[in-house]
Design a protein around this ligand. Structure first.
Ligand SMILES: *[C@@H]1O[C@H](CO)[C@@H](O)[C@H](O)[C@H]1NC(C)=O
Ligand SMILES: *[C@@H]1O[C@H](CO)[C@@H](O)[C@H](O)[C@H]1NC(C)=O
Length: 262
């Protein structure tokens, strides 16, 4: 996250404007029209430069996709936030996000009005931004192994959103981890998981996550929910689908909605 993508428009904005300045000076006597044109062009470049450097969330998304190399369901969570809001309303005011790159999701949620967010980053944080370090220092994002019970009381968060993390757990651990996520939620758990056959970031994946992602089919997940006595929330699922259709949004990951315990 600390590695910012090289921004091609920045180079045009910075160095590229110098020759224009020189040509304005040399040609301004004989062609005022040309110099006006160049000033306008300069202004356009300047505006473009400003735009390319603003926007926190969009920069987070760019950083994330570069970092992941392959597909990432955490990136998908950021894109699905407006849809999740439609499906869950006020439950989105206090969210726990669980998964790699949790800092990006938590920072994006903080940019929304009236939203509190916490994060669990299941893997070692390396090479993170100052913003992320500060979230960890404040205890807003915690580094915690999902194979152990979560350090929160039952129903601490209206909504728990988990992305990617479950794809790296074997069924033995999933059996414990998923009910744990449900335990700390009050109004539901949303799972973003990769589609089988989806490309994941290569190299570093096994070193970081301990094993390659196992991307399971939707029927596998549904059977797993039944085995572990977890129920899907059909109302939330329908609302999510309707909001997606309205905004012509097609998630690149599988999305499941689970009910919290009564
Ligand atoms: C997970 O739990 C289910 C239901 O309790 C059980 O049938 C299954 O064998 C367990 N799987 C593993 C790998 O422990
Ligand atoms: C199902 O989801 C809706 C939000 O769409 C929520 O209001 C409701 O409480 C959820 N039901 C259960 C049992 O978790």
């Amino acid at each position: 996250m600390s590695r910012r993508p090289v921004n091609p428009s920045r180079r045009i904005g910075d160095g590229g404007s110098m020759p224009f300045v020189a040509s304005i000076q040399s040609k301004s006597q004989n062609s005022p029209l040309l110099s006006i044109g160049l000033v306008i062009l300069g202004a356009i470049l300047l505006i473009g430069y400003c735009y390319s450097n603003s926007g926190g969330a969009s920069n987070d998304i760019k950083d994330l996709s570069k970092l992941e190399g392959g597909s990432s369901c955490t990136l998908e969570v950021l894109q699905a936030l407006p849809i999740l809001k439609k499906a869950y309303g006020d439950s989105m005011r206090k969210v726990l996000h669980v998964g790699p790159e949790s800092c990006s999701v938590v920072s994006s949620l903080y940019e929304e009005d009236d939203t509190e967010a916490w994060g669990i980053e299941p893997y070692e944080l390396d090479d993170v931004s100052a913003k992320c370090k500060s979230l960890v220092r404040k205890g807003i994002v915690r580094v915690a192994d999902l194979k152990f019970p979560l350090p929160y009381r039952a129903k601490s968060f209206p909504l728990v959103i988990v992305s990617d993390a479950l794809d790296y757990l074997s069924p033995k651990y999933l059996n414990k981890t998923l009910p744990e996520l449900v335990r700390v939620s009050a109004d539901g758990v949303v799972i973003f998981s990769g589609y089988p056959g989806q490309q994941r970031a290569r190299g570093g994946e096994v070193a970081k996550f301990g094993r390659p992602a196992k991307l399971r089919s939707s029927s596998w997940w549904i059977r797993f929910f039944v085995q572990t006595s977890l129920e899907e929330n059909e109302t939330a699922g329908k609302k999510f689908e309707q909001a997606s259709a309205k905004k012509a949004y097609a998630p690149a990951c599988q999305v499941f909605h689970l009910k919290s315990y009564p």
